[in-house]
Design a protein around this ligand. Structure first.
Ligand SMILES: O=C(CO)COP(=O)(O)O
Length: 252
């Protein structure tokens, strides 16, 4: 059975005190939940990872990073390597978020390198992709998503996919309050599974968790998560307070 995942992408929010407080509230909140098949992940900013790791140790809450550099080490001022993340005990990293693609010039080629570096270091990759509004309006969204997945991931051998989680985040729905309808999310997720099955095989495609991201809130999560090919969410705004985030964790 595929894992369900609720991952909070804290983006550039929360100082160290706020981060540890939020993590504490989430750790306490999940204590009494039967999570069964659901993974709960939080992703603080780099500077707050160590403190949040301490708070979450021994709990059901996993900590992941929002990004990393593709190089092993060296003269890359301001950057963070995969090995630095694993040395903190992290198991996963988000790569390819649309904000990284748009504001930091991360191309498909760079992302493929980042994916390789993360996997080589034993990290699971939560790989994000999604179309902008123009693409959806011109009915080009399937092509865009296919090419982002193909260029970022299809060079991988099948066995590497056990460490891949996909996150479909239509850019027009991120932080806008506008959500893809559950039907639009399901349609895209089914398409994604189909292209992964065509490249690899049906079993592999059936085993990949595909998250939806874009204005997921307690009020709409149940309906979105109920779709057969939606395995959870990558959450921005609603991950910044524990009550909303814990409600999402219980929305399956
Ligand atoms: O970008 C997102 C998660 O990575 C989604 O952000 P919002 O939930 O704020 O729309």
């Amino acid at each position: 059975m595929r894992k369900q995942i609720v991952a909070g992408n804290w983006k550039m929010n929360k100082n160290v005190q706020e981060s540890t407080q939020l993590a504490n509230e989430i750790v306490n909140g999940v204590k009494d939940l039967t999570l069964d098949n659901t993974r709960v992940i939080v992703t603080p900013t780099f500077v707050n990872i160590s403190e949040v790791v301490k708070v979450t140790e021994g709990s059901a809450v996993e900590v992941a990073a929002q990004n990393m550099h593709q190089a092993k080490s060296g003269a890359y001022t301001g950057e963070i390597s995969a090995e630095m993340l694993t040395s903190l005990g992290l198991k996963s990293v988000i790569l390819g978020h649309s904000e990284r693609r748009e504001y930091f010039g991360e191309t498909d080629a760079i992302l493929a390198e980042k994916v390789n570096s993360a996997l080589a270091n034993g990290l699971e990759v939560i790989f994000c992709f999604g179309e902008v509004l123009e693409d959806r309006k011109s009915n080009n969204h399937f092509n865009v998503v296919e090419s982002q997945i193909k260029n970022g991931l299809f060079h991988l051998p099948a066995d590497a996919w056990k460490n891949i989680v996909l996150a479909y985040e239509p850019v027009w729905a991120i932080g806008t309050g506008e959500t893809a309808s559950p039907e639009q999310a399901q349609e895209m997720h089914a398409f994604i599974r189909k292209i992964v099955a065509a490249k690899y095989n049906v079993e592999l495609a059936e085993n990949v968790s595909i998250l939806y991201g874009g204005s997921v809130k307690p009020g709409n999560a149940k309906e979105i998560f109920s779709k057969v090919d939606v395995d959870g969410g990558l959450i921005g705004g609603a991950a910044l307070n524990s009550a909303d985030f814990l409600a999402l964790v219980q929305s399956f």
